[in-house]
Design a protein around this ligand. Structure first.
Ligand code: SAM
Ligand code: SF4
Length: 459
């Protein structure tokens, strides 16, 4: 979500006449977009802001702004804490940003704008930025959250849930596709409630409409709240041929007492039932999740219940977080806090267990042929991949199940020039690592079948 918001901010700045620079030293304006979902993200934001003091000393005309959730949460306090900040703008002030920056340019004043409205405000996004050359892009379809999980700061810093009008979403995706984008990731804190408040149609219907966009190959979304995941959305994994075979379904804990204290409004039994329904409908679906360890009052036995749920589900991947107190979140007042050391120990146990499943799932794909969309050169250009001395450029892409696949283009028997970002490539998987797969390209676009990638196993 922050990546998407940063793109929107950058678009507004470019429209004002600013140009992006990759060098902080050359910047006339620095905007830090922040996240406050966990204490660590907030600490990182303040330490980055602190480092900007030197730049401001060298160039007193430098404008420094801070936006996003930390800005929303702390407001004017940031000006006191960080004397070289010129602008603090909240999560609902992005549209007002150009006006705020012009004021600072003209009057050299300091501004705080963290105004928020509780009224659903149908929002529109700026047109897709032109200077991106990406295959996959985020598209926000909803903002805010009404769920009030007791550990979470989001409802307080992002406001009430609001859905974006489908026409505006479709328009943005069409324009992205026009720029060469092949995959969109639809974003909302709980996509299951898309359109409900506004009396629009529901999320499965939105998916069906997005599917009709010509030139778009794949659709992903995040996040679906388990309490609201219904059969219509589950069926979409079968009915919608562009919808990828992957769902991120955050469970947070395997203990019913913890889930109740977290205000998640489901039980572990209901969660397991939804997982079973997903796998019945779409046997190939990859399921990933979020887990919080050390929630206040979590006993050893309750932590074991989380491990037990992981053993039952065998997630494809897991984001595990150490619980941290957040301002305004009710759990901050809960007693029986777990010690930092115990939280770290539990996190390690959980990560070790997950690694066995991630490895097992990755190894199961050895021998299969997976369709990926070539995204570009891999960040890690090795001087020689597995069993190969320096075989050339290393490409990367993702399977429909969201697993990273790397390959060398000159392993392809046809013309290497045929591989370019956005092309569908069929890759025969030969090796599995902890966080990626390795294979050889066997077919490129014109012959590659659907974008989901039917799994066919080599003899
Ligand atoms: N809306 C999504 C949902 O309900 O699943 C999650 C959004 S939240 C921004 C991302 C993840 O951060 C959560 O799923 C949770 O695991 C984690 N998280 C949120 N607040 C936290 C806290 N106070 N301490 C640790 N982890 C937290
Ligand atoms: Fe936070 Fe819960 Fe809303 Fe997700 S559903 S953003 S965890 S309050």
């Amino acid at each position: 979500m922050n990546v998407y918001d940063s793109e929107q901010i950058a678009f507004q700045l470019v429209a004002m006449g600013y140009q992006q620079t990759s060098s902080l030293e050359k910047a006339d304006l620095v905007i830090l977009n922040t996240c406050s979902v966990r204490a660590k993200a907030e600490q990182k934001a303040f330490s980055f802001l602190g480092r900007l003091a030197k730049l401001k000393k060298k160039n007193p005309r430098l404008i420094v702004g801070v936006g996003g959730c930390v800005a929303q949460q702390e407001g004017a306090k940031i000006l006191e804490r960080v004397p070289h900040i010129d602008l603090v703008f909240g999560t609902q002030a992005v549209d007002r940003l150009p006006g705020l920056i012009r004021k600072i340019e003209n009057r050299r004043c300091r501004i705080v704008d963290v105004a928020m409205t509780d009224k659903p405000d149908p929002f529109d996004a700026a047109p897709a930025a032109q200077d991106h050359n990406q295959v996959s892009r985020f598209v926000t379809i909803m903002r805010g959250c009404d769920n009030f999980c007791t550990y979470c700061v989001v409802p307080y810093v992002r406001g009430r849930e609001t859905s974006r009008h489908p026409d505006s979403i479709i328009k943005e995706i069409r324009s992205l596709v026009g720029l060469g984008v092949k995959e969109v990731i639809l974003l909302g804190q709980n996509v299951n409630s898309y359109g409900k408040k506004e009396g629009l149609f529901g999320f499965p219907e939105l998916l069906a409409r997005v599917q009709t966009i010509e030139g778009l190959l794949r659709i992903r979304f995040t996040t679906s709240h388990p309490k609201d995941l219904d059969q219509d959305l589950i069926n979409a994994f079968q009915a919608n041929e562009k919808l990828c075979n992957h769902i991120h379904l955050p469970v947070q804990s395997g203990s019913n007492r913890m889930l109740k204290r977290m205000n998640r409004k489901y039980t572990k039994e209901l969660y397991l039932d939804k997982v079973a329904k997903l796998r019945d409908t779409c046997p190939e679906i990859a399921i990933t999740s979020d887990m919080i360890v050390g929630f206040p009052g979590e006993s050893e036995a309750e932590f074991d219940e989380t491990l037990d749920l992981m053993k039952k589900v065998e997630f494809d991947g897991l984001f595990a977080f150490i619980y941290s107190d957040r301002p305004n979140a009710p759990a901050t007042q809960f007693k029986a806090k777990i010690s930092e050391q115990q939280k770290r120990e539990r996190l390690q146990i959980l990560l070790d267990l997950q690694e066995t499943y991630t490895k097992k799932k990755n190894e199961a794909s050895i021998g299969s042929i997976q369709t990926i969309i070539a995204e570009g050169f891999s960040k890690r250009q090795s001087s020689g991949g597995p069993d190969q001395p320096n075989p050339g450029a290393q490409w990367t892409g993702r399977t429909t199940t969201n697993k990273i696949v790397n390959f060398y283009h000159n392993d392809f028997s046809g013309s290497c020039d045929d591989i370019s970002p956005g092309k569908l490539v069929q890759v025969k998987i030969e090796k599995a690592y902890a966080h990626s797969l390795w294979g050889k390209p066997v077919e490129i676009e014109s012959t590659a079948k659907g974008s989901k990638g039917e799994k066919s196993y080599a003899a």
